[in-house]
Design a protein around this ligand. Structure first.
Ligand code: ATP
Length: 351
């Protein structure tokens, strides 16, 4: 099912939580709403679910005005961070709940409900645990039951709010892979909220980056990571360092020296150079390169992280180098960013 959000505004008292958000989600897409705390992700998800209403704007499900539909009529599958399973029901009854409470005319028989619940239990790879109660399951297992319960009603859209938020890092990683498999098998239009950029980039077909109630950028994980359209997206989506530079005469200048970097379409004037630790090459020749004094060396998995002080303002820049490169603190090294983004200072200040 297609979901369209048109110019949605939501204010709580005087606080605007969403400032005119527009978004189109295609049928079968897996979309992540990504942003820091308070950026409006949950408010948008709740509006899609019918648990909240916009102050202004429209929500369409397959072109139909969804705001006229109740939560039940919208037929959305919801999964929240804190499982929300019924403690007094075993697994199979939890999964079948949404079907058992349907009006009589649309309710499948008991046998059909049980069979559907067992099928879903198999899909979420928990066969054999049907008689357990939630307290007898691990956090990851409970969350998989919550998914099965959301899928049981054959939802038109699946809405997930930080579904793995309460789980430890390893279980989160496993469940991410698992969610992708389930999505590929079932093809439900899915919207999930996360503040974890790694999770969003790994799972989503498209990522919606939000900040302060606005959409900053919508794109595929590659577009968001490789071409962030603002300093906010660049720094939110991965590790980054920033250097103040000047763009003049078609060149990028740091402390009055030209760098071997292309300014692209950035206009003349002050700008900020954003780079990521792993996107640099250390070079011998300082001409056109950025040089800095080694301050701190740290082992970082298979590599070495180096903090450098760069330029007259002694800006701290973090770069990543092979672990076997021998470096001494206080030594000066030169590097060139392989990939970088330049933002005019006006845009940097806006973000
Ligand atoms: P988090 O990751 O912390 O859940 P979020 O991006 O989901 O954050 P929202 O929960 O949508 O953000 O909140 C957006 C803004 O709206 C915040 O400033 C929040 O304080 C405010 N807000 C949300 N719900 C209410 C409410 N019921 N009453 C008043 N303000 C609210």
């Amino acid at each position: 099912m297609d979901v369209t959000v048109e110019n949605v505004v939501r204010t709580f008292g005087r606080t605007p939580a969403l400032h005119g958000v527009s978004l189109n989600i295609e049928s079968g897409e897996l979309v992540a709403l990504l942003g820091p705390s308070g950026s409006g992700k949950t408010t948008l998800l709740r509006i899609l679910a019918g648990l909240d209403v916009p102050t202004f704007g429209r929500v369409l499900f397959d072109g139909e005005d969804a705001l006229r539909l109740t939560v039940q009529q919208r037929n959305v599958g919801l999964v929240f961070q804190n499982y929300a399973l019924f403690r007094h029901m075993n697994v199979v009854d939890n999964i079948g709940f949404g079907l058992r409470v349907r009006p009589w005319a649309r309710r499948p028989s008991r046998k059909e409900i049980r069979n559907r619940a067992l099928e879903l239990l198999d899909l979420v790879q928990l066969s054999g645990l049907e008689k357990r109660y939630p307290s007898q399951l691990s956090g990851g297992q409970r969350q998989r039951v919550a998914f099965a319960r959301a899928l049981a009603i054959e939802p038109r859209v699946l809405l997930l709010d930080e579904p793995f938020g309460a789980l430890d890092a390893k279980v989160r990683r496993d469940l991410r892979r698992w969610l992708l498999e389930i999505h590929n098998k079932t093809g439900h239009t899915t919207v999930f909220v996360t503040h974890d950029q790694e999770e969003a980039l790994e799972l989503a077909d498209r990522v919606v980056v939000m900040s302060e109630g606005r959409i900053e950028q919508i794109g595929t994980p590659d577009e968001i990571y490789d071409a962030p359209n603002s300093p906010f997206v660049f720094s939110f989506i991965g590790e980054s360092s920033v250097l103040p530079v000047q763009v003049e005469h078609g060149k990028v200048w740091l402390d009055g020296k030209p760098l071997d970097l292309a300014p692209g379409d950035v206009p003349d004037g002050s700008a900020q150079l954003f780079l990521r630790p792993h996107d640099v090459d250390v070079i011998d020749d300082e001409a056109g390169a950025i040089s800095g004094e080694v301050k701190v060396l740290r082992r970082h998995a298979g590599l070495r992280r180096v903090d450098l002080d760069v330029g007259a303002e002694r800006k701290r820049v973090e770069i990543e180098l092979p672990a076997d490169l021998n470096l001494n603190p206080a030594r000066s090294i030169a590097f060139r960013p392989r990939r970088y983004r330049l933002y005019p200072i006006s845009q940097a200040l806006d973000s």
